[in-house]
Design a protein around this ligand. Structure first.
Ligand code: B12
Ligand code: SF4
Length: 440
């Protein structure tokens, strides 16, 4: 019998793609609990490799790929959005078989990610209660922490954990359950609980020293903290040597901060040890922190997918929202990256759209600007997040009552637009796509 069964719920959305998307919080917690001697199993509703899936989803470059997908009716609240809705992940029958095979644990530990994916959490809780009505369920993760009132209203039967300090979360479990297994030799995030490890995601730091008005980083991790470089080196080397993992994606909000004493040391250390891997940064890097020397080291260390946070060509919007970067600075950063050998496909630039009061002409200008620089534009739709400064403005502008249901935070629905022009939206997506050869 397992002490705990950890569960990563389904995604319910208009679109979902495994862009190095793993439940890092849950897997890190698993690593720490294993080190205390708890026996654990993982039930990953999103696993794309299950042998009983009716068809195996296509996997693409560097470990990314599709999920298994079943079309389902759109939530009534979102009936104005002219797109199909789907559930991503294992069919219920496979989930239930796996659940019964694992047997009755002392507790279920369920994670949550995007706030608007809460229907997946609700479905997991419903099925757990049906099969093992007396086993306690603990819920943590991003939705749980950003929308605790919603959780309490909707799922009064779960034990909600909104703590972010891992040691405190572990103590919480130690006070209630005694471990029944051997202590694991290391605390690394437990990727080996998966059937396969196509890639590993890693956070070398938590939080962010900046304070952009649309972002929840400060709410989730109020203090910026970097892990000791040697600990990160040991973790990457472990997955590389023991499991032959080649692809690593960084989840840091501020990977390049304090570069010479942090990421620089990590990369030099890995190079010295002969660790030859590929790095990806699906979560954006700060443009201002890119210098020629740093870019050279990124290239030498094996960075393959760079995504930079530019957001918009409009200086006015930067002044209002994030003070992040000016167009001229992006131009210099792209030049430097190209000089050291990164290609157009490898340099992706995130552009935020669907922001309050943002005209699509600004978005078009941003796409064209990035294209002209010889980099690749990636459109990222704005998701209004409760308790962030921009949420109040979003609430005032939205065609939905944003506070009533986290489904309205979904970036795909352009929640801040009163009357989205879906044809124009498609045109702009096409324009952005025209600048990129599909990498993954
Ligand atoms: C990495 C990341 C991504 C990755 C993949 C994420 C994934 N796993 O699917 C990528 C780059 C693909 C991505 C994409 C997007 N993301 Co994102 N992402 C993040 C990021 C930076 C890190 C998440 C993470 O793993 N954190 C680290 C772990 C350690 O934290 P954690 O999971 O919260 O776990 C802690 C606790 O919660 C606890 N815990 C977790 N589970 C459990 C379970 C139990 C039982 C217990 C007790 C405890 C516990 O343990 C940890 C202890 O500290 C966060 C910001 C952030 N700083 O968290 C944004 C964030 C989640 N993303 C966000 C957004 C907006 C997006 C996008 C919409 C951006 C866009 N416009 O395109 C897209 C959406 C993708 C989609 N398909 O819809 C928002 C949230 C939006 C929302 N409404 O929920 C965040 C908060 C950033 C922000 N702007 O503020 N994202
Ligand atoms: S958007 Fe990026 S830079 Fe701004 S606060 Fe969030 S994580 Fe930090």
């Amino acid at each position: 019998m397992y002490d705990f069964v950890l569960i990563n719920p389904w995604i319910y959305d208009f679109a979902a793609y495994d862009l190095w998307a793993r439940p890092l919080g849950l897997l890190r917690l698993a690593g720490l609990l294993r080190q205390e001697g708890y026996r654990l199993a993982l039930l990953d509703c999103l696993e794309p490799f299950h042998p009983e899936l009716p068809r195996l989803p296509k996997r693409k470059l560097y470990g990314t790929g599709h999920y298994f997908r079943q079309k389902i009716p759109k939530p009534v609240l979102l009936s104005d959005v002219p797109r199909h809705f789907a559930r991503y992940g294992l069919p219920t029958k496979i989930f239930l078989n796996e659940l019964k095979k694992l047997g009755k644990p002392k507790a279920f530990l369920v994670t949550s990610q995007m706030t608007y994916w809460y229907p997946g959490v609700v479905e997991v809780v419903r099925l757990l209660k049906e099969v093992f009505p007396r086993v306690p369920i603990f819920l943590g993760g991003i939705y749980a922490r950003l929308c605790p009132e919603h959780v309490s209203r909707l799922l009064p039967e779960v034990n909600l954990i909104t703590e972010s300090e891992e040691e405190k979360i572990v103590s919480h479990f130690k006070n209630q359950f005694s471990p029944s297994g051997e202590k694991a030799p290391h605390p690394f995030a437990a990727f080996d609980l998966q059937r396969r490890i196509p890639y590993v995601v890693i956070a070398t730091s938590f939080g962010c020293p900046f304070s952009c008005k649309y972002c929840a980083s400060k709410i989730l991790q109020p203090a910026f903290r970097q892990r000791p470089p040697e600990e990160v080196i040991a973790e990457i080397e472990f997955w590389y040597r023991r499991y032959r993992v080649k692809d690593f994606a960084f989840y840091d909000d501020a990977l390049l901060v304090n570069f010479e004493n942090h990421l620089g040391l990590i990369l030099e250390g890995l190079l010295q040890k002969g660790v030859k891997v590929r790095f990806h940064t699906p979560n954006a890097l700060h443009v201002r922190l890119i210098t020629r020397e740093r870019a050279r080291l990124l290239k030498r260390a094996g960075f393959k997918t760079l995504r930079l946070g530019f957001e918009t060509v409009s200086s006015k919007r930067h002044r209002e929202l994030d003070g992040k970067v000016e167009a001229e600075e992006l131009k210099e950063a792209v030049e430097v990256l190209k000089e050291v050998g990164f290609s157009r496909q490898e340099i992706g630039i995130y552009l935020l759209w669907g922001l309050p009061y943002q005209d699509f002409s600004e978005v078009k200008a941003s796409i064209l600007f990035v294209g002209k620089l010889g980099a690749t534009p990636y459109l990222a739709e704005y998701s209004p997040i409760p308790r962030t400064p921009l949420f109040e403005t979003a609430k005032a502008l939205s065609r939905y009552p944003l506070e009533e249901d986290p489904l309205f935070h979904n970036n795909s629905i352009f929640p801040c637009l009163k009357k989205p022009d879906w044809d124009l939206i498609e045109d702009l997506k096409r324009l952005a796509r025209s600048f990129r050869k599909d990498l993954c």
